[in-house]
Design a protein around this ligand. Structure first.
Ligand code: SAM
Length: 219
C-alpha cells in the first residue's frame, strides 16, 4: 500500500469524523501562498492533539515549532476561555503567517507566538504555573533538549508529545542515519530508564505516510 492509498484512508475516515473546516483550510492556503513548507500535521493528527488537550482539560499548553499555526489552531481550540498556548517559532516569516492564521481563527487572545530559538524561549517561559501539555515539533536534532526542558515545564501528570519519531521506519533501520533520525535516537536513548516519565511510541499512517509520535506522561 502506498502513500496515496493511505491518504485515501485519511480522507475516508475524516469524511465521517472531521467536518469541513474553512478556517483550517484557509490557514493551510495562506501558509502555502506565503511559501511555507507543507509539513504541518494532518487533520487526523491535529484533531488527535485537540482531543488529547481536552481529555486532560489542558489550560496551559506549549508548542515548539509553529510553522503557519495549523496545529496551534487545533490545540488552541481545545482551551477554555482563560487558557493559554505559547507557540515557539524561530522563523519570523512563519511566525507572521501563524499570527494571521490564529487571528482569522479568533484565537489571538489565547495563542501567543514567541519568535526565537525554541530552547531559549522555553527557558524563558513564565513557568511559576506549570503546563498541562507540551507538543514538540521543531528541528528534530534538538528533540532531547526540548524534551528535557519540557519535563521541567510540565506538571506532574501532564503530557509531552514529540512528533515524527518513526520516519517511515528509518529510525529503527540502523544502516540509515541523518540528523533528524539521530535526533530521535538520542531522545530514545535518554528515555530508556528515565524515571521522570512513562512513555510509548504510537506509530501512525495516513496522508503523511508512515510516522508516529512519542506520548509521555510526567511522573
Ligand atoms: N507544528 C506545526 C504544525 O503541525 O502545523 C509544524 C511545525 S514544522 C514541522 C517545524 C517548525 O519548527 C518550522 O516552522 C521551523 O521553522 C521551526 N523551527 C526550526 N528550528 C527551530 C528552532 N530552533 N526553534 C524554534 N522553531 C524552530
Amino acid at each position: 500500500t502506498n502513500v496515496e492509498d493511505w491518504a485515501r484512508s485519511d480522507i475516508y475516515h475524516n469524511s465521517f469524523l472531521i467536518p469541513e473546516d474553512p478556517v483550517l483550510d484557509s490557514a493551510l492556503k495562506n501558509s502555502a501562498a506565503n511559501g511555507l513548507p507543507e509539513i504541518a500535521v494532518s487533520a487526523t493528527q491535529g484533531k488527535f492533539l485537540h482531543l488529547q488537550a481536552r481529555s486532560i482539560q489542558a489550560k496551559r499548553i506549549v508548542e515548539v515549532g509553529t510553522l503557519g499555526g495549523y496545529s496551534s489552531i487545533w490545540l488552541g481550540r481545545a482551551l477554555p476561555e482563560a487558557g493559554v498556548l505559547f507557540t515557539l517559532e524561530i522563523n519570523i516569516n512563519h511566525a507572521k503567517v501563524a499570527e494571521e492564521n490564529l487571528s482569522l481563527a479568533g484565537l489571538s487572545s489565547k495563542c501567543k507566538v514567541i519568535v526565537g530559538p525554541g530552547y531559549e524561549s522555553m527557558v524563558n517561559l513564565p513557568s511559576a504555573q506549570k503546563f498541562d501539555l507540551i507538543f514538540i515539533d521543531a528541528d528534530k536534532p534538538s528533540n532531547l533538549k526540548y524534551f528535557t526542558e519540557a519535563k521541567r515545564l510540565v506538571r506532574k501528570g501532564g503530557v509531552i508529545i514529540v512528533d515524527n519519531v518513526v520516519r517511515f521506519g528509518r529510525v529503527a533501520d540502523l544502516e540509515q542515519s541523518d540528523p533528524n533520525i539521530e535526533g530521535v535516537r538520542l531522545l530514545l536513548n535518554n528515555l530508556k530508564g528515565d524515571q521522570d516519565v512513562d512513555a510509548t511510541t504510537i506509530a501512525t499512517v495516513g496522508e503523511k505516510g508512515y510516522d508516529g509520535f512519542i506520548y509521555a506522561i510526567r511522573n
